[in-house]
Design a protein around this ligand. Structure first.
Ligand code: AMP
Ligand code: ZN
Length: 113
């Protein structure tokens, strides 16, 4: 998907503050952090949203979660963290490439909204 900003970030065509990369996954710091630690974890393959996860590509979402555990440990989020996925317009998604937010570095409380 040539006009996707997150595909371009994963390919290194747009600069990012990278925190993790493997064959399937790329992770970088959110440009507008909502917590002391705010990292976006994406599959390198373009998947538009969580609504587009299928039996065939679900391993990419799984790879993201494997990376999330590794990143959280590397970032020192020993006390916990929150993982958020915004899906579609009503879900507040603004970038059309599947991504998981890792938020942490402070006590986030129990309320989601
Ligand atoms: P969402 O609203 O769930 O689609 O989240 C998109 C996130 O991408 C927002 O938190 C933005 O701050 C973040 N974002 C957009 N462009 C960039 C960029 N070039 N580098 C880092 N984060 C970005
Ligand atoms: Zn993309």
């Amino acid at each position: 998907m040539t006009d996707c900003i997150f595909c371009k970030i994963a390919a290194g065509d747009i600069p990012s503050d990278k925190v993790y990369e493997d064959d399937l996954v790329y992770a970088f710091r959110d440009i507008n952090p909502q917590a002391p630690r705010h990292i976006l974890v994406i599959p390198k393959t373009h998947i538009p949203s969580a609504a587009h996860i299928t039996a065939e590509n679900a391993y990419l979402a799984g790879a993201c979660f494997g990376a999330i555990a590794t990143i959280a440990q590397a970032e020192g989020l020993d006390g916990g963290f929150r993982v958020i996925n915004n899906c579609g317009t009503d879900g507040g998604q603004t970038v059309g490439h599947l991504h998981f937010h890792i938020l942490g570095g402070k006590h986030l409380g129990e309320r989601l909204l």
